[in-house]
Design a protein around this ligand. Structure first.
Ligand code: NAD
Length: 379
């Protein structure tokens, strides 16, 4: 069976859905792999490395002739329409935001697997691209903060004087937040963190952070995810967070609710109350932002209330794509592991929908939208 991997077309995307390492893994499954020329170049994987690994590098993918199409970013409706009936796609699909593509995939009779829908169960951890890419984003967020922050992160005691450590506050302690805590800690900062899920307190501590307990009831929904707060509880949460935000030198926000816009945790007034030179990194900028006034892909200077300078508010965009080599290494593994789950010993790709991982991750099949919330959104 033919598996194709395109050169990603979305502007700014540098990742690729297969690496030379996963080409080896896929070949062992007994499938044939076609890589579009230049697909891995921006991620540091040249065409020659794919050829050496046993893939066929083609100038342009003939998508209509593929059995499986592995991608990073959601397809466009036109790309979906160009696939043949019965083609299997594996990649990020952003179902809530890309309804036109979901419709086009269903109409084209494509069996689309959305990596965002892979169930968060132990058996599926090796296919969990949300986790692997959040790990990259959390790490990157701290580096972005450190290069903009005009001071050191670690404590320095020198003959010329003592420099206190930076105080880093992380809001949202999921996969990205925990990586941010660990990275800031490794750089020597004093780190504290908060999450609405009290279960995250132990994880924060194990990464070396201090967990902040707000006087707010626990909010934990299905599958260990957070639920949306009511408006008055959100207001209360912001009031309680205000003194912690004002005391931070660096604020990193990562809060998200699956399928919903990002919760607003920090108002413009809270940012303005920080010290001049402080840095705020909002990892949720692309889904509405945790911080009022954030613009995805831009740095915005927010004048301080004290009138002595500005706080830099950074709207992170395409964070995993900024570290394309390792982000692709992990992502491609997630893709290959999901493909392996639906491939028989003789190299035939035929998903078994009684498997909860495959059933859960399936977005469209046989002309229908199989993911119920997306089907409802399309009605
Ligand atoms: P996410 O990206 O959906 O959200 C990031 C964090 O924001 C979460 O920790 C969430 O609790 C927090 N948050 C939401 N609203 C908030 C608010 N108003 N204030 C403060 N924080 C808020 O989360 P994620 O990184 O995908 O992880 C979510 C959960 O899934 C965690 O419990 C994680 O341990 C679990 N998980 C399980 C697996 C697995 O078993 N395979 C894999 C990854 C994650």
């Amino acid at each position: 069976m033919k598996v194709g991997v395109p050169r990603e077309s979305r502007e700014g995307e540098r990742r690729v859905a297969a690496t030379p390492e996963t080409v080896g893994q896929l070949k062992d499954l007994g499938v044939e792999i076609q890589i579009e020329a230049g697909a891995g170049t921006a991620a540091g994987y040249p065409d020659s490395a794919y050829t050496d690994a046993g893939a066929r590098v083609v100038p342009q993918l003939d998508t209509a002739g593929l059995d499986v199409y592995c991608h990073v970013r959601p397809l466009t409706p036109a790309q979906a329409t160009g696939l043949s009936r019965g083609t299997i796609t594996i990649g990020l699909a952003s179902p809530a935001a890309e309804l036109d593509t979901v419709s086009a995939l269903a109409t084209a009779g494509v069996t689309a697997f959305a990596l965002e829908l892979v169930p968060r169960i132990s058996r599926a951890q090796s296919m969990d691209a949300l986790s692997s890419q959040s790990l990259v984003a959390g790490y990157r967020a701290v580096l972005e903060a450190a290069i903009r922050f005009p001071r050191f992160f670690p404590l320095y005691m020198t003959a010329a004087g003592t420099i206190p450590p930076a105080r880093v506050l992380v809001l949202g302690a999921g996969v990205a937040g925990l990586q941010a805590i660990g990275t800031a800690k490794r750089l020597g900062a004093r780190v504290s963190a908060y999450d609405v899920r009290p279960a995250s307190a132990d994880e924060v501590t194990s990464m070396g952070g201090t967990f902040i307990n707000l006087d707010l009831d626990a909010v934990e929904g299905a599958g260990g995810y957070a639920r949306e707060l009511s408006e008055d509880r959100s207001v209360r949460q912001r009031e309680l967070l205000a003194p912690y935000v004002a005391a931070a030198d660096v604020l990193i926000t990562t809060a998200a609710i699956p399928g919903r816009p990002a919760p607003l945790l920090v108002t413009g007034a809270m940012v303005a109350a920080m010290r001049a030179g402080s840095v705020v990194i909002d990892l949720a900028a692309e889904t509405g932002g945790n911080v009022e006034g954030v613009v995805a892909g831009q740095d915005v200077g927010v004048p301080t209330t004290a009138g002595d300078g500005a706080v830099i508010l950074v709207g992170m965009k395409d964070a995993p794509s900024a570290m394309p080599t390792d982000a692709s290494r992990l992502y491609a593994k997630n893709v290959a592991n999901l493909l392996a789950l639906m491939t028989s010993a003789d190299g035939i790709v035929a998903p078994d929908f009684t498997d909860e991982v495959l059933a859960g991750a399936c977005l469209t099949h046989d002309g229908k939208v199989t993911h119920a919330p997306t089907a409802t959104a399309l009605e």
